[in-house]
Write a protein that binds this ligand. Structure first.
Ligand code: ARG
Ligand code: ASP
Length: 717
């Protein structure tokens, strides 16, 4: 009995300190903070197996995918799976690359693509692959130049200088790149040193009907049946060093690559996700969350509902419009759906109330501590001041810049024409301009855009207080009808009409710039941009700078108040480890979700008349013939599974590893009921979704006939 009580007490005492499965941990600190907990949950490796700087470790097999010019802003993660630089990631991560190589004759989006040998692999200019070499805590060096009493602007400048100095010093004379980032709301700083490869080729992708199965209907949803994977390869110079594309380049030889486990998974199994989560905001105060729920999300959702309504109707009515708008609609729908799940989750899990409770505790604790005096009061005041500005800024971005495309196209044309005046070779510049315009109009329909413009002007004028509406937007409200107004604008503008634009480019001269300045689309765009620059930005930036200061203080205070708690830093596009267990969840009363899906579910959903559910005939045939190969569990082909790993955008493509550190799946999404995990994680309901690696192998083997790639991998049967 005494023993039982002790165990019970230990449990209660530990409770506030570790909330199971929450957190995105810094690999170099696993040894200090997490490895014991990980091992207690079943992990069989050591901290050094995961992260080591002098010998090969798992981190050497994780790749941050980025773009030239912003290589540290990782849009997805990839995983090395062979000693010849074979890299596996999501289909949606490589979507742009697959699309870029597609044409009507070679429609790789529709039909898939499989290089039969290395010569057939396709070059993707501008894609970068970063591999972390080491991390370093540089908090002391950074803090040495930050003085008490600096204004936020002074602090920012000092920070930029010292970070640049540290980065340059760290990589001088090497082929490495360094990036210092703030952690814990700017209370700590770590430097990541990478080797960044620049020759990343497309090796294989399944048809979209597999890689994007379920489309936006199933996006963010569980149960899920998407085969969201694609295969790339990193190439390096002759000495395995980063090199620009060249036919002489050789497949990159990694220090480590993941072994693939075909042994299967069980509920309760340990899993770990190793990758590059983008952004989370776990330490926001309650005022920020209420503002998000009450102001930002509802308006952003309403604006995108209107845009999607128009795009979807057009796509349903006309196949050519579907092709033009599929990728755009997917982009608009992705965040639109996430925001709805987020609001729902934040309300359901009472995030505002939870935060208020914590704030109360903090206020009691902080009494008499001068450093924290009035902190929460200040938060309240600033968020109050921010409210209308933020709303105006939501409209400027979502209904303005990202609304009708004519609003972003007009100013870009203006900028390009400024370039014409400087250009030495005028003819070449015209060709370049024409090409750019053609690229834009290829996926553009003036009818759709006009309808979007009318709707955006209506929402702008209906939902914003008068003093936040830019003059040219307000002008539209004086017309008898927004559609008529939009129609007139399109008639008078040259920007929505390819023939007029091409003709304009053909006849470019000194007066062209004046013509653009008078164009009604440009004037509308300019009015929105100017309003932002003069009326919204200055004030909003001032408030945001103050909020940054408070955020720093607030988290420092929380950490001081709970010295026994292990905090994790918000995601910031740097390499992190999340770990949790495989398991289903209950989305609502009386409903229980299993932790995995199978090919049966794909066949259930299969419907040639529904775009998102129309599978390739070959998959139907494989199913009918029960030609599953060894890729089954209990006689069925597994497709996706869920686990409680704490993940976010950017984690797409990340490896999901088992207790041995073998690859068992690729992370690609989260379940809708728990997407509030960016602000508050809850182990009951937050689930990451992965495609089971056995489904990947099944598709590669049976559907794609890409056995030669599987032979490169080390598969543990
Ligand atoms: N929801 C996932 C993520 O945020 C997958 C998105 C793929 N895009 C889509 N519209 N289906 O990236
Ligand atoms: N789908 C996301 C990504 O592309 C992952 C997520 O938000 O859970 O990174």
């Amino acid at each position: 009995m005494r023993k039982l009580i002790l165990i019970f007490l230990a449990g209660v005492l530990l409770l506030p300190y570790c909330r199971a499965d929450e957190g995105m941990w810094i690999p170099m600190l696993l040894k200090k903070y997490n490895i014991e907990d990980m091992q207690a949950k079943g992990f069989k490796l050591t901290a050094e197996d995961v992260y080591h700087i002098n010998q090969a470790s798992l981190k050497d097999a994780v790749v941050g995918l980025g773009r030239e010019g912003q290589p540290f802003h990782h849009f997805c993660t990839g995983n090395l799976v062979s000693e010849e630089g074979l890299l596996i990631t999501n289909h949606h991560c490589a979507f742009g690359m697959i699309q870029a190589h597609s044409s009507l004759e070679h429609n790789y989006l529709k039909d898939g693509f499989w290089a039969q040998n290395k010569n057939e692999e396709l070059v993707n200019p501008g894609i970068t692959a970063s591999i972390l070499v080491r991390m370093e805590d540089v908090t002391d060096q950074v803090n040495a130049v930050l003085k008490e009493g600096m204004t936020e602007a002074e602090r920012k400048k000092a920070l930029e200088e010292v970070c640049l100095r540290l980065e340059q010093k760290a990589v001088a004379g090497t082929d490495l790149s360094a990036d210092v980032k703030p952690y814990f709301n700017g209370n700590q700083f770590f430097m990541s040193v990478y080797r960044i490869y620049k020759d990343v080729r497309l090796v294989g992708a399944p048809p979209s009907a597999i890689g994007k199965f379920g489309g936006d209907t199933d996006n963010w949803m569980w149960p899920r049946h998407t085969g969201d994977f694609s295969v790339l390869r990193i190439y390096a110079g002759t000495n395995n060093e980063p090199a620009e594309y060249s036919v002489q380049n050789k497949p990159y030889r990694p220090a480590a690559f993941f072994k693939v486990s075909a042994r299967g998974i069980e509920e309760g199994d340990f899993t770990m996700v190793f990758g590059y989560p983008g952004t989370t905001v776990e330490y926001l105060p309650s005022d920020a969350i209420s503002q998000l729920i009450e102001v930002e999300n509802p308006h952003k959702i309403a604006i995108r509902t209107a845009i999607l309504g128009i795009m979807n109707a057009a796509m349903d009515a006309d196949e050519a419009l579907r092709i033009k708008y599929a990728a755009k609609a997917a982009g608009v729908a992705n965040a639109w759906k996430k925001w709805q799940g987020e609001t729902k989750g934040l309300k359901r899990f009472k995030t505002v109330e939870n935060k208020q409770e914590l704030e109360k505790k903090f206020e009691n604790w902080a009494q008499g501590k001068e450093k924290y005096a009035g902190l929460l009061e200040e938060y309240r005041k600033l968020y109050q001041q921010r409210k209308e500005l933020k709303l105006a800024s939501v409209y400027q971005t979502e209904a303005g810049k990202k609304g009708a495309e004519i609003i972003s196209f007009a100013p870009s044309l203006y900028t390009e024409i400024l370039g014409y005046e400087q250009a030495e070779d005028k003819a070449a510049y015209k060709t370049y301009l024409r090409k750019k315009a053609e690229d834009f109009f290829k996926d553009y329909d003036a009818g759709v855009d006009r309808a979007i413009l009318a709707e955006m002007l209506r929402l702008y004028n209906t939902n914003l207080p008068e003093n936040w509406i830019p003059a040219k937007v307000a002008e539209a409200s004086k017309a008898s009808d927004y559609h008529e107004y939009a129609e007139k604008l399109f008639q008078r503008s040259l920007c929505g009409d390819p023939a007029k634009v091409y003709n304009f480019i053909e006849k470019l001269n000194k007066k062209s710039i004046e013509k653009i300045k008078k164009d009604p689309a440009y004037q509308l765009a300019n009015s929105i941009a100017e309003f932002n620059k003069t009326r919204i930005r200055p004030e909003l930036s001032k408030i945001e700078r103050e909020l940054t200061r408070l955020d720093r203080l607030w988290l420092a205070g929380l950490m001081e108040m709970q010295p026994e708690k292990t905090f994790y830093a918000d995601a910031n596009s740097t390499l992190r480890v999340a770990y949790g267990t495989i398991g289903g969840y209950s989305p609502r009363d009386a409903v229980e979700y299993l932790y995995y899906t199978t090919l049966e579910g794909i066949i259930e959903k299969d419907d040639p008349s529904i775009y998102d559910y129309n599978i390739p005939q070959k998959l139907r045939d494989l199913y009918a013939a029960k030609d599953f190969g060894p890729y089954t569990q209990n006689g069925k082909v597994p497709v996706c599974f869920i686990a409680s790993n704490h993940t976010t955008g950017g984690n797409s493509g990340s490896c999901v590893l088992n207790a041995e550190g073998y690859l068992i799946g690729l992370n690609f999404d989260r379940a809708w009921d728990g997407v509030m995990s960016d602000m508050q994680y809850d182990p009951e309901i937050c689930r990451n979704i992965a495609v089971d690696i056995r489904y990947v192998l099944f598709i590669m083997d049976k559907l794609a006939g890409a056995k030669h790639l599987m032979e490169e991998m080390e598969i543990v049967w």
